[in-house]
Every structure is written in C-alpha cells, then in structure tokens.
Design a protein around this ligand. Structure first.
Ligand SMILES: Cc1cc2nc3c(=O)[nH]c(=O)nc-3n(C[C@H](O)[C@H](O)[C@H](O)COP(=O)(O)OP(=O)(O)OC[C@H]3O[C@@H](n4cnc5c(N)ncnc54)[C@H](O)[C@@H]3O)c2cc1C
Ligand code: SF4
Length: 447
C-alpha cells in the first residue's frame, strides 16, 4: 500500500496508508492458492473463511467478498487496518514459506472500504427471542458480542460510559491509523442489526449493578484502560501524562484543535515517550503531529519491542528518535518537567516473557532535556464495575476470571476482551467475545 510521505503526514491526522486499488486487490487475490486445508483460517481468531473472501475478490465480485467477511467479522474495515496479521493469518499463509504471504489484511480493508462506499448489506438476523442481554462497554469485544447476540434474535442493550462508542478504537488508536468515520460506520452496522446503544452510561454508577444483573444475560467488555506508572520521582510534575490520558485528550476530545475544542493538551517542544508497544508508538506519533521533537525510551532492544513492525518503521520515518536499552530513573523539574534522567541497560538472560532481560549499567546515567513525559508502559483491567459485582471472581491482575467460553463465576454473567485477558489485541477481544456470545445464546435457548 502507498504511504503518504513522512514530511507531509506529520502535519495532519489523515490516514498514512493509502490502501489498494481494485486492480491491485484483484492481482493480489489471484496469487492465493485456495488451499484445501487453509492455514490462514487457523491463524484468524474469528475464523474468517479467508480463501472464500479472497476467491470472490479475484473474481471481481466485491459484494460477495464482503458477505463472506461479515459472516464472521462485523468490523472488517477496522481489523484490516489494525490487526497484527503478520503474526496471525499472514504469519501462517503457506506462501510465506517461499514467497510473500498474501496481504490478507490489505484485502480485508479493501473489501470493507469498497462496501462502505457503495452501500453495505446486513447479515440476516433471527426472529426475536424475547430475551434481554446487557453488554457493558462498546469496544471491539462489546460490539462483537452485541452483533452476534442481535443476529441471534436477542434484545441487546450496550452501555457505554463515554460519549462516543468504540472503546480504544475511538479514544486510543489515532485517526492517522484508524480514521474515525471508518469506526463510526462499522458501529452503525452493528446497531443496524438491532442492538441499542446507551452512551454516557457508567455501569456501577449511573446504572446500578442490580439493574444490570436483572438482564437475562450480561456480557462484560469493559477493557483494560487503567494506566500503569513507573513510580519514579517526578511523576507528579506538570507535563507528565499517561498515554491513555494524552491520546484520549487528542483523539476523543480533539485537544489538538483547542481552543476551538473544550479540552486542552500541553504543546511541548520536546517530548519523551516511555515504552515500546503500539501505545507508545501512537503517543509518540501524535506528539510529533502536535509539533514536538520526540524521543522514545525503551528498556530493551528494538527487536524486543512489542509494537507492530510497521508502526516502528513509520515512527522512524517521522523522525522519532529511539533510545533503546535505556530506562528512566527520575523526571526532572520544579513544578513542570524540564528533563528525564535515564540509565543505560544491558540485556542479559531470557526472562519469563521469553525476551532478553534488561539490567541497569551502573554509572551510565544520562539526561534528556524535555518538557513533557508520556508513560506508555502498560494498562490493567478497569476495576470500577467488576469490583462492585458481588461474587465475581477476579484474577491476580484484576482481570475477570472466565472459562474457555467466557463464563464467569456468576451463572448468567460472561466476559471477554481485555477485561478478561488483560491488554491484548482487537481481534483477540473479538474472538473471545464471539465465544462468549455463542455460550450466552446457547444458555438463553436452554441448550
Ligand atoms: C493506543 C492503543 C493502540 C492500540 N493499537 C492496537 C493495534 O494496532 N492493534 C490491535 O490489535 N490492538 C491494539 N490495541 C489494543 C486493543 O485496542 C485492545 O486490545 C482492544 O480495544 C480491547 O477491546 P475491549 O473491547 O476489550 O476494550 P476497550 O476497547 O478498552 O473498550 C472497553 C469499553 O468499555 C467502556 N467501559 C469501561 N467501564 C465501563 C462501565 N463501568 N460502564 C460502561 N462502559 C464502560 C470503556 O469506556 C470502553 O469504551 C491498542 C490499544 C491502545 C490503548
Ligand atoms: S494460506 Fe495463503 S495461499 Fe492458502 S488459502 Fe490462505 S491466504 Fe490463500
């Protein structure tokens, strides 16, 4: 796909990747071997019939391709853009053994974009069952559970605490990777299946847990939006943000347009972002678009970075400076941030995560002069609602404990996505929500 030039794209929030043309999509689809035992399908957490949809693209029958995709995935334009296909379907595509794997994500995006532009068809829904299901959270897990359950004929109400639906798709992932009109269009498709959305409803506060538990079934998809901090000196200075707060201010509250929007954000000249995942890359690239010189500090090496390779490449093209094998020890300043002190790290034996373990090198401290620090070192499950539901079993990290079908310790309460797994990916959240929705449907039908 054609990327917009880095010096142009850092001046706005428009999408970086250009997508495939129809001719390019057909040519790519024609490379598919239509394997009898397709490994790509096994690599897809929501089991899309990948050869079928690619086969339709090769024939130039794009509406049939969209139908095949939406049979298993109601958010294809989103997934085509943000899923880590390189470690999933494309990572196991048989063509990858000798040649380049089929660009399944790019094809998925092409088909979904084409359908959106030419008018979308809806999958069939079953007759109303008279059963009521509450879905808490409108991120990819909640939206997927809602779509599956609405298709099965249940009356679904989605509760969302924010004034916009979409969870991380809306407030976390920036528009230059995932345009917000794409997110809104796919949410509208879920709602067109019959699910009702109640925004500005914080379950546990504005909706009581008694009211919630009064539904025939409940799906919890409240995500992992609680940011972790390093707990180093200086974290309370003005100019220290969690990535979640920084990204929410810009993506959801449009702080980049302040004072035309109500929410401000610090426009710093020099920014340090701490972390090496997708969230860190997003925060760094947003700060760059706000005009800052950005340094990214990561305690391990570049090859250990959990961020998608494409994000690392894009960040470097946008002149984000990488300080790998370095760890902040304190944030400097009196009232506001003036710098960050770091120590160099050496990478030793393999740790529990399977990566080389970082150890500080004594006497190797150095200082970066910055006016703002953004911490993107991880998040944990949102504690509010789950701590209020009596008898709901939680794990050591605050996650809701579920079985393989998303069942919690309370018979009619199910959970999926980041609230159950801890921070993971969009497609994993969707995969777990699909399993939970199937189990809820079976329970409601008395199977
Ligand atoms: C900046 C960033 C970039 C990312 N990039 C990628 C990427 O490129 N690819 C990828 O696959 N994954 C990425 N991820 C991870 C991915 O977005 C998450 O794994 C996914 O969104 C989890 O989905 P979810 O539905 O479980 O939770 P969420 O998306 O967090 O949604 C949970 C929703 O529940 C709502 N909620 C919480 N509590 C309540 C309550 N009590 N009442 C009502 N509503 C409530 C929240 O407001 C939120 O809208 C990224 C994450 C972040 C933060
Ligand atoms: S594994 Fe690759 S070549 Fe085979 S069907 Fe899937 S996408 Fe096509």
């Amino acid at each position: 796909m054609s990327d917009r030039p880095a010096d142009v794209r850092i001046k706005d929030f428009k999408e970086v990747d250009g997508g495939l043309s129809a001719d390019e999509a057909i040519a790519e689809a024609e490379r598919c071997l239509q394997c009898k035992k397709p490994l790509c399908v096994k690599g897809c957490p929501v089991c899309i019939d990948i050869p079928a949809f690619i086969g339709h693209v090769a024939e130039g029958n794009f509406p049939a391709a969209a139908r095949a995709l939406k049979e298993q995935n109601m958010l294809p334009a989103i997934c085509g853009r943000v899923c880590p296909q390189e470690t999933q379907c494309e990572g196991v595509c048989i063509l990858g053994n000798k040649d380049t794997p089929i660009r399944i994500g790019a094809l998925e995006r092409f088909v979904a974009d084409r359908e959106r532009e030419s008018g979308a068809e809806l999958p069939e829904t079953a007759k109303p069952t008279g059963k009521r299901v509450a879905v808490v959270g409108s991120g990819p897990a909640g939206l997927t559970a809602a779509a599956e359950l609405a298709r099965a004929g249940h009356a679904v109400t989605i509760y969302e605490s924010l004034h916009e639906a979409g969870g991380v798709l809306t407030y976390g992932i920036p528009a230059f990777r995932l345009p917000k009109d794409v997110v809104r269009a796919e949410i509208d498709q879920v709602l067109a299946l019959g699910a009702r959305l109640k925004k500005n409803h914080l379950v546990g506060r504005s909706v009581s847990t008694d009211e919630l538990l009064g539904y025939d079934a409940v799906f919890l998809g409240t995500g992992a939006g609680l940011p972790a901090f390093m707990c180093i000196p200086g974290e309370n200075l003005n100019g220290v943000y969690s990535a979640n707060e920084f990204l929410t201010r810009v993506n959801l509250m449009h702080a980049d347009a302040f004072p035309e929007s109500d929410t401000p954000v610090l426009h710093a000249a020099r920014v340090a972002v701490i972390g090496g995942g997708n969230v860190a890359m997003d925060a760094a690239r947003v700060a760059r678009r706000l005009g800052a010189k950005v340094s990214l500090i990561y305690r391990r090496g570049e090859e250990e970075m959990p961020a998608r390779r494409a994000e690392v490449v894009h960040a470097k093209e946008e002149e984000i400076e990488f300080y790998t094998c370095a760890n902040p020890t304190r944030i400097l300043g009196e009232q506001s941030v003036t710098g960050v002190e770091c120590v160099k790290m050496s990478l030793c034996g393999i740790d529990a995560s399977g990566r080389r373990s970082p150890e500080p090198i004594e006497g190797s401290e150095f200082t970066l002069d910055v006016d703002m620090v953004i911490q993107a070192i991880g998040t944990s499950p949102n504690p509010l609602l789950v701590s209020l539901i009596p008898g709901l079993e939680r794990g050591r990290r605050g996650n809701v404990v579920v079985d393989k079908n998303g069942r919690t310790s309370i018979p009619h309460v199910y959970a999926g996505g980041d609230i159950a797994t801890g921070a993971a990916t969009v497609i994993e959240a969707m995969g777990s929500a699909k399993k939970a929705a199937a189990a809820i449907d079976a329970m409601l039908k008395g199977e």
